[in-house]
Design a protein around this ligand. Structure first.
Ligand code: T5A
Length: 212
């Protein structure tokens, strides 16, 4: 059985990752593929429990930066072994709302941790697995703020200062420039225009699958 493909969607808050993950999953299913969707942090019982700690201080105190990093990586290790790798082995396409590039952007560029150490720790958590394709949905910072502020109580990351969000956004763009698997997509237009750009970016993977 052919191995499935692993696609991640990344970007700042409100960029449209959840929206486009759902639309892409629908389109891939319509093309006859078996698709599994997941998210980080989350996607397993352990991951969802840790998500509440990471985003909403469910432990009663906020995790300090190194603890925060290790909690994200613990979620990733669990998700990789429990969901992603088995699904890929079964020939499913896996779409994840955030993955390793969020760690590099938020904990690396945002919190100021060294990218070399983050890459090594991420490799340990994933046993060296990488996405086949990453779609970076990019929007101007003001647009991200406007989309997030329109939807109720902010989580711990959304409450970070503007300069943190600026570093994260810049970090994502640097990662896209330096990493061939990352495709940067403008997500500031209409959802329809973004969905078409997402679909175009996925075509090479679909065509690979058609080769004998
Ligand atoms: N984190 C995560 C780390 O710090 N390190 C890590 O390693 C990981 C994995 C997770 C938080 O954890 C941090 C980063 C995050 O802060 P989250 O809930 O997964 O939090 O992430 P959010 O980005 O906050 O999720 P959102 O749901 O807010 O953002 P989405 O998914 O990007 O946006 P979406 O699709 O829910 O909503 C977009 C809105 O914009 C409108 C839509 O109608 C919708 O209202 N819109 C468009 N949507 C798509 N395309 C367009 N062109 C649109 N135009 C308008």
């Amino acid at each position: 059985m052919a191995r499935g493909r692993f696609i991640t969607l990344e970007g700042p808050e409100g960029a449209g990752k959840s929206t486009h993950l759902a639309l892409l999953a629908e389109r891939l299913r319509a093309a006859g593929l078996r698709v599994r969707t997941t998210r980080e942090p989350g996607g397993t019982r352990l991951g969802e429990a840790v998500r509440a700690i990471l985003q909403h201080d469910a432990a009663g105190e906020p995790p300090l930066p190194r603890a925060e990093l290790l909690l994200f990586l613990a979620c990733r290790a669990q998700l990789m072994d429990e969901v992603i790798r088995p699904a890929l082995r079964q020939g499913e396409w896996v779409l994840s709302d955030r993955f390793c590039d969020s760690t590099f952007a938020y904990q690396g560029y945002g919190r100021g941790m060294g990218l070399g150490a983050l890459r090594a720790l991420n490799a340990f958590a994933t046993e060296d697995s990488e996405p086949d394709l990453t779609l970076l949905l990019d929007i101007p910072e003001a647009e991200s703020r406007a989309r997030v502020s329109g939807r109720g109580a902010a989580d711990r990351f959304e409450r970070e200062r503007a300069d943190f969000h600026r570093r994260v956004a810049e970090g994502f763009r640097n990662l896209a420039r330096d990493t061939p698997r990352i495709r940067r997509i403008d997500s500031s237009g209409t959802p329809e225009a973004t969905a078409e750009a997402v679909w175009a970016a996925v075509q090479p993977l679909l065509q690979e699958g058609e080769r004998p």
